[in-house]
Design a protein around this ligand. Structure first.
Ligand SMILES: [Zn+2]
Length: 174
């Protein structure tokens, strides 16, 4: 994914400030971050427990997975771009996700009538992208498909087209 593992790199400018925000808002850790190195992973597995210790879910998360994140206005969809760990000043390692938000355009694809979402552009800094892994306690049963146009080819999606369709015909049998 061509991501640098050094927070000091200019290209990680947003990641660094979003990581500091994630520590402060979700984990109550507001110190200046000392360790500048982060480590990326191809996947992460973890177990979520209820307050009484009962099993809530076993989760295996990969880049490209769609997750839901609770916001003030309700739940929103995001695509996981990267999974990484960082060692905080208390020398403990914490796991985070870096996401691209999917914004509901309130429009529908004219033939399939699927809702159209737009993926946050790399240059779009309006929304924070880094969250502790602990806020993902389940995986939504949804599927998003690239809203392919003539600029896409088999095996190659035109990433300048940021539109995705929420597949309303998709469901998992339980
Ligand atoms: Zn496409």
């Amino acid at each position: 994914m061509n991501l640098s593992n050094c927070l000091n790199d200019p290209e990680n400018d947003q990641l660094r400030s979003d990581l500091a925000t994630a520590y402060e808002e979700y984990m109550n850790k507001a110190e200046y971050i000392i360790t500048q190195r982060i480590t990326f992973y191809n996947s992460i597995s973890y177990t979520v427990l209820e307050d009484d210790g009962e099993l809530h879910a076993n989760i295996k998360l990969y880049p490209e997975n769609v997750v839901t994140i609770q916001e003030e206005e309700g739940k929103s969809y995001a695509i996981v771009r990267a999974i990484f760990t960082h060692k905080y000043n208390d020398t403990k390692k914490y796991a985070f996700i870096l996401v691209d938000w999917l914004r509901d355009t309130q429009q529908f694809e004219p033939i399939l009538r699927c809702p159209i979402y737009e993926k946050q552009r790399l240059t779009d800094r309006r929304w924070h992208r880094v969250f502790p892994i602990s806020i993902i306690d389940n995986l939504p049963r949804v599927q998003f498909l690239h809203n392919c146009a003539s600029t896409c080819q088999v095996g190659f999606h035109d990433t300048t087209n940021i539109q995705y369709l929420k597949n309303i015909f998709f469901y998992k049998a339980v």
